[in-house]
Write a protein that binds this ligand. Structure first.
Ligand SMILES: [Zn+2]
Length: 242
C-alpha cells in the first residue's frame, strides 16, 4: 500500500518561486499558507537581499521579500493555498471574533484570486487557543496547522483544528525516521517550513532538491495535499462544549 506525503510552506515569500520550480520538477504537491495583507499589490521580483533595517523582518539577517498579490495565480498555479491570516495575526492577541475575520479575509481573498475553495489554515507564529480552534471550526475550515510535532500523523492528531505535522523540513533526524515509519505503516508523512530558511545558500537548496528527488524515486510514496491528509484523520472531533 502506498503511503502519503504532504508538505506546506508559510508566508508567501520570493523564495517560493525557486521552491515551486523544484516541486514541479519532482512532481511534488504542496500547500502554501499566505497572508495577503502583507503582500504588496504589484511589485514583482522584490530584491531578496535587502539589508534589514531597524524593526524590519529578517531571518538570520536574510530579508526575503514578499511575493506580490498579482503573482499569486501564476506562481502558485497547481498548488493548494491556505489562509495564514490577513497580516499574520496571532491567535490570542485580540478578541477571537476579530481574529477569525483576519483568517476569513485571507481565505476570501485567495478564493477570489484563484477561483478555488480555500479551506486550509496555518496558525501564524504557531499560536492557537481553544477559542481560535472553535472559531475556525465554526467558519468551516478543514484544519488549523500548528507547529507541534507528532511521530504518527494519523494516530496522534485528535483534532484537525490543532493539527500537528511530523516535523520541520530541516529536522533531519526526525524527518527520515518518521518518513520511514510512515512508509512501513502505509500512513501519512507531513513536513513544513519556510522557503526563506534556505536563504540563498545553494547547499540548503541542494539538500531540499535531494529530499524531493528521494521521495519522487520512492515507488511507495504518493503526494497528497494537506487538506487531503487532514481529511484522513480517523476521529473528527465534535464541536467543543460551550
Ligand atoms: Zn508565518
Amino acid at each position: 500500500m502506498k503511503f502519503k506525503v504532504c508538505c506546506c510552506w508559510d508566508d508567501g515569500v520570493v523564495n517560493d518561486i525557486r521552491l515551486v520550480e523544484m516541486l514541479r520538477k519532482h512532481g511534488a504537491k504542496a500547500t502554501f499558507n499566505l497572508n495577503p495583507g502583507l503582500m504588496p499589490p504589484e511589485i514583482r521580483g522584490v530584491p531578496s537581499w535587502v539589508p534589514p533595517g531597524p524593526g524590519s523582518w529578517s531571518f538570520r539577517g536574510f530579508s526575503n521579500g514578499k511575493l506580490s498579490l498579482r503573482d499569486i495565480p501564476e506562481i502558485y498555479d497547481g498548488f493548494e493555498l491556505a489562509s495564514h491570516c490577513w497580516k499574520h495575526e496571532s491567535a490570542g492577541t485580540m478578541p477571537d471574533s476579530d481574529w477569525i475575520r483576519t483568517a476569513m479575509d485571507a481565505r476570501k481573498f485567495i478564493e477570489d484570486i484563484v477561483q478555488r475553495p480555500c479551506r486550509g489554515f496555518a496558525y501564524p507564529n504557531g499560536r492557537f487557543t481553544p477559542g481560535a480552534m472553535a472559531e475556525l471550526r465554526k467558519a468551516g475550515f478543514a484544519y488549523g496547522r500548528t507547529t507541534k510535532n507528532v511521530d504518527d500523523f494519523l494516530s496522534e492528531n485528535s483534532d484537525p483544528m490543532a493539527l500537528a505535522a511530523n516535523c520541520h523540513y530541516l529536522n533531519n533526524n526526525k524527518f527520515w525516521k518518521d518518513y520511514e515509519a510512515a512508509r512501513s505503516r502505509g500512513r501519512v508523512f507531513y513536513f513544513w517550513g519556510h522557503s526563506y530558511e534556505m536563504m540563498e545558500y545553494d547547499r540548503l537548496w541542494q539538500f531540499m532538491d535531494d529530499t524531493f528527488r528521494h521521495i519522487a524515486e520512492d515507488p511507495d510514496a504518493e503526494w497528497i495535499t494537506v487538506e487531503e491528509a487532514a481529511s484522513m484523520l480517523p476521529h473528527p472531533v465534535a464541536p467543543a462544549n460551550p
